[in-house]
Design a protein around this ligand. Structure first.
Ligand SMILES: NC(=O)c1ccc[n+]([C@@H]2O[C@H](COP(=O)([O-])OP(=O)(O)OC[C@H]3O[C@@H](n4cnc5c(N)ncnc54)[C@H](O)[C@@H]3O)[C@@H](O)[C@H]2O)c1
Length: 218
């Protein structure tokens, strides 16, 4: 399959790109930073997804993983929401090969917690995901979002390296852990390659942070 992954130079995007490559798929990565993957089946474009005109022509995209994102920048809405819309509109049009799109939203799309612009950008991604799911349902394309709680990536260095802050986060995380990249890859593979019937869904995967909290006061 031909898989496009945005934000493939680090963290989740890099791990997902490598997972698909490991399973024998062709992967095309888009990132504002240069490639950190070396594989004969990997093509990399250095591009800012905010710049619609700069997005490369890629035919017959079969799987699109919309992952590129920033956290707590002044650009969160333009980057995480509008950039993601740019990419999606570019590769869904005139494309009969498409099978699945997965958006990497965030638990904050549901809880509203974290940074204001970030939470708004990710809730916007979920609203847009549903719009695309409706439009592509007649073509049997699955379109969903995963909303992750904490993942052990460098995006979270500021809190992971601060013992006190991290302990506070674990206090409100019922399962007392964050996810590793391997598990994120499994979710991405399942949602894009195995799933044929769930569409328009935003799956919350957050170690119980949102729903299993015991801070019930009455
Ligand atoms: N790590 C977490 O705990 C967590 C939790 C929930 C959601 N997410 C989401 O997962 C996604 C990936 O996060 P990560 O932890 O791997 O972070 P990361 O910073 O390691 O990776 C993000 C990648 O996106 C790229 N990128 C950002 N803006 C771009 C743009 N305009 N154009 C092209 N490339 C761009 C960056 O260069 C980087 O390579 C983000 O959308 C983030 O919001 C992460």
């Amino acid at each position: 399959m031909r898989v496009v992954v945005t934000g493939s130079s680090s963290g989740i995007g890099k791990a997902v790109a490598e997972m698909f490559l490991g399973k024998g798929h062709e992967v095309i990565g888009l990132d504002i930073n240069k490639s950190s993957i070396k594989d004969a089946n990997y093509t990399h474009y250095v591009v800012d997804i905010k710049n619609k005109e700069a997005l490369p022509e890629i035919n017959n995209v079969e799987i699109l993983f919309n992952n590129a994102g920033l956290q707590n920048s002044i650009d969160d809405i333009d980057n995480n929401l509008k950039g993601t819309i740019n990419v999606t509109e570019k590769y869904i049009n005139n494309n009969d090969a498409l099978k699945s799109i997965l958006f990497n939203a965030s638990a904050s799309s549901i809880s509203g917690s974290e940074f204001p612009l970030y939470a708004a950008s990710k809730a916007g991604v979920v609203g847009y995901m549903k719009n695309v799911a409706i439009r592509l349902a007649p073509k049997k394309v699955t379109v969903n979002a995963i909303s992750l709680g904490g993942v052990n990536t460098s995006l979270n260095d500021s809190v992971m390296n601060d013992k006190e802050k991290f302990a506070k986060i674990m206090d409100v995380t019922p399962m007392k852990k964050w996810m590793d990249l391997d598990e994120v890859c499994d979710w991405v593979y399942f949602m894009t390659c195995k799933n044929k019937s769930a569409s328009g869904q935003n799956i919350l995967i957050d170690n119980g942070e949102h729903d299993l909290n015991d801070r019930f006061v009455w």
